[in-house]
Design a protein around this ligand. Sequence first.
Ligand SMILES: *[C@@H]1O[C@H](CO)[C@@H](O)[C@H](O)[C@H]1NC(C)=O
Ligand SMILES: *[C@@H]1O[C@H](CO)[C@@H](O)[C@H](O)[C@H]1NC(C)=O
Ligand SMILES: *[C@@H]1O[C@H](CO)[C@@H](O)[C@H](O)[C@H]1NC(C)=O
Length: 162
Amino acid sequence: MRFTNTFFTALLACVASVSSQATVIDQRQPNPCAVHWASPHQQEKIFEDLVENLYRTRNFTRAYTHFAVDYIQHNPSAVDGFNASFNAVVSLIGDPSVKVQVLRTAFSAPYGWVHSRIDGFDGAERPSAVADIMRFNGTCVQEHWDVIQEMPAQSVNPHPLF
Ligand SMILES: *[C@@H]1O[C@H](CO)[C@@H](O)[C@H](O)[C@H]1NC(C)=O
Ligand SMILES: *[C@@H]1O[C@H](CO)[C@@H](O)[C@H](O)[C@H]1NC(C)=O
Ligand SMILES: *[C@@H]1O[C@H](CO)[C@@H](O)[C@H](O)[C@H]1NC(C)=O
C-alpha cells in the first residue's frame, strides 16, 4: 500500500498544481511600471513575462507591473490609464470560468502582438478571437490597440476560426 499511497499523493499534488494555475488569479493591484530605457531584447523579455502572467497564469499582480501609469487605450469601450485598464482586465478575464488560450505571439520592438482565443469573453456565447497590440516605451507598455471577433454561427469556408 505504501507505493499506492505515494502514487496517489503524487497524483493529487499534480492535479493541485494544474488546477492552481487555472483557478488562483492574483488580482491585487500593483504599482504601475516606471519608464526606464530598455533595449529591444529587454523589451521582448518583458513582453514574454507579460504574456505569461496576463494570459497564461493570469497573475495580474505581476502582469500589471509592466503597464505605464499613463497608458493610452484605443479600445473604444475603455478609458485611458493604468487603473482603468487593470479594472477592465479583472472584470473581463478575472473569473476562472473564462478560458484564455494564447495562439501565437510576435514581438518587433517596440510592438508586441498576441492572438488569443477567449471562451466566455464579455458575455459572448461563442468563443472570441482577440488580437492585442501593445507598444512599449522603454520598460513599460504605453499604448494598446485590440481587434475582437466573436466566432460567427456560420462560416463560408471550411477552416476553423482558430
Ligand atoms: C503573482 O506574482 C507576484 C509577483 O511576482 C507574486 O508575488 C505572487 O505570488 C504571484 N501570485 C500567484 C498566485 O502565483
Ligand atoms: C489608482 O488606484 C490606486 C489603488 O486603488 C489609488 O491609490 C490611486 O489613487 C488610483 N489612481 C487614479 C489616478 O485613479
Ligand atoms: C515615454 O515615457 C516618458 C515618461 O513617462 C514620456 O515622457 C514619453 O513621452 C514617453 N514616450 C513615448 C514615445 O511614449
